[in-house]
Design a protein around this ligand. Structure first.
Ligand SMILES: Nc1ncnc2c1ncn2[C@@H]1O[C@H](COP(=O)(O)OP(=O)(O)OP(=O)(O)O)[C@@H](O)[C@H]1O
Length: 321
C-alpha cells in the first residue's frame, strides 16, 4: 500500500523550546485508510495536524507528502488535503454557500460543478435554510456541519476531520459518519482527530494514540484490542447492596466491586451464554440489570494511556477482588 504521508522524527516545540507539543513522532499514513488520531486534551494532536497540512513547520524532523517534503509543496497540499480547523478565523464572515463554493474552487473545481456540489452538500447536511447566513451567525452544530461540508467538497485526496461529530445531534452524527465513509469508499484517505472513541471504533482502520506529545501506539483496532484483557465484562447493577446472588456471582469469574450498587464481573468468552441464563434467573435475587461487552477500543485507550500510578491502583483493586 502506498504511503501518503510519512512523518519522520517530528518534534515541535513552542515558547523557545519550553513547551514540547510533539516529541520524535514517526509513522506513515497509508493511502485509502481511515486513521484515527486519539489522545486527551493537550496531547499534541492539533500540532501534528498543523504540520501535516504545512501550516506549521516542525522544529526537528520532516513530513513527506507522496514522497516530497510538505514544506516545499504547501500549495499542492492545500489543494489536495482538505482540513477545516475547529475554529477557523478566516472564513467566519463568509456565508455558508460562499465558504463551500470558494473552497471547491480553490480545490480546482469548475464554476458550474462547484455550484452544483455546494447545493448538493447543503441539502445533504440539512443546511439549505442556512446557505445565506454568515458562518459566525450559525449555531455550534450548524457551524460544525458547514465545516464538514467544506472538508467534503471537491475531490481532495486526503480529508482531515477534527472532532467532526462534536455538538451534533444523533441523527446528524450518523449522517456525518456515513458521508465520511462514503468518501473513503471513493478512495479518499481519512484522518480523524477525535476523543469520541466509541464512535471512532465503528469507522477507523487504524488508530494512533498520542499523549504528552509522544506516539504511544499505532496499529489496527483488532491488533490493539489483543493487547488488553480478552475477558468479557459483565457490568451488573444490583437492586440492593450485597444481594443474595452476590455469592454465586463470585464463582463465575473475577468480581470487582465498583460502587454499592454496581460491580463488574470478568469472565472467559466461552461462559457468556451460561452467564446470561444465570443472570436472568438471578434477577429475583437482587440483580437489577446487566450489560455484557467484549474488549473495546476504549479499553485499549485507557490501557495504553494509563499513567504508572493509575495502573498500580487498578492492579491492586483487581488483585483484591
Ligand atoms: N501556538 C502555541 N504556543 C504555545 N504552546 C502551544 C501552541 N500550540 C499548542 N501549544 C501547546 O502544545 C501542547 C499540545 O497542544 P495541541 O493543541 O496540539 O493538543 P491537542 O491534542 O490538539 O489538544 P485538544 O484535544 O485539546 O485540542 C499543549 O500543551 C499546548 O498548550
Amino acid at each position: 500500500m502506498k504511503r501518503v504521508f510519512e512523518i519522520k522524527n517530528v518534534t515541535k516545540t513552542y515558547k523557545k523550546g519550553k513547551v514540547t507539543a510533539n516529541e520524535n513522532i514517526s509513522f506513515s499514513i497509508m493511502q485509502g485508510e481511515i486513521l484515527g488520531l486519539l489522545g486527551p486534551n493537550g496531547a499534541g494532536k492539533s500540532t501534528l495536524i498543523k504540520q501535516i497540512v504545512a501550516h506549521v513547520q516542525p522544529s526537528e524532523g520532516k513530513i513527506l507528502y507522496n514522497g516530497t517534503d510538505v514544506s516545499t509543496q504547501s500549495r499542492l497540499v492545500s489543494r489536495e488535503v482538505a482540513y477545516y480547523a475547529q475554529e477557523p478565523a478566516s472564513l467566519t464572515s463568509l456565508k455558508v454557500n460562499e465558504a463551500l463554493y470558494f473552497t471547491a474552487r480553490l480545490r480546482g473545481m469548475k464554476k458550474s460543478a462547484a455550484k452544483e456540489q455546494t447545493n448538493q452538500l447543503l441539502e445533504k447536511l440539512g443546511l439549505q435554510e442556512s446557505g445565506n447566513k454568515q458562518l459566525k451567525r450559525l449555531s455550534g452544530g450548524q457551524k460544525r456541519l458547514a465545516g464538514i461540508g467544506t472538508t467534503l467538497i471537491g475531490a481532495a485526496a486526503v480529508l482531515i476531520f477534527d472532532e467532526p461529530t462534536n455538538e451534533l445531534d444523533p441523527k446528524k452524527r450518523r449522517l456525518v459518519w456515513d458521508l465520511i465513509q462514503e468518501r473513503n469508499r471513493e478512495g479518499a484517505t481519512i484522518i480523524l482527530v477525535t476523543h469520541n472513541i466509541l464512535e471512532a471504533e465503528q469507522v477507523v482502520d487504524r488508530v494512533a494514540v498520542i499523549n504528552h506529545g509522544k506516539l504511544l501506539a499505532i496499529d489496527s483496532v483488532s491488533t490493539l484490542k489483543n493487547r488488553v484483557d480478552q475477558r468479557l465484562k459483565a457490568d451488573i447493577t444490583l437492586a440492593t447492596p450485597q444481594p443474595p446472588a452476590m455469592e454465586a456471582l463470585q464463582s463465575w469469574g473475577q468480581l470487582v466491586p465498583l460502587t454499592e450498587h454496581r460491580c463488574r464481573l470478568l469472565i472467559e468468552k466461552d461462559r457468556a451464554a451460561e452467564l446470561l441464563t444465570f443472570l436472568n434467573e438471578a434477577q429475583a435475587e437482587g440483580i437489577h440489570s446487566y450489560a455484557i461487552s467484549p474488549p473495546s477500543l476504549e479499553d485499549v485507550y485507557f490501557h495504553i494511556d494509563k499513567d504508572p500510578e493509575e495502573a498500580e491502583e487498578e492492579e491492586k483493586l483487581y488483585a483484591n477482588a
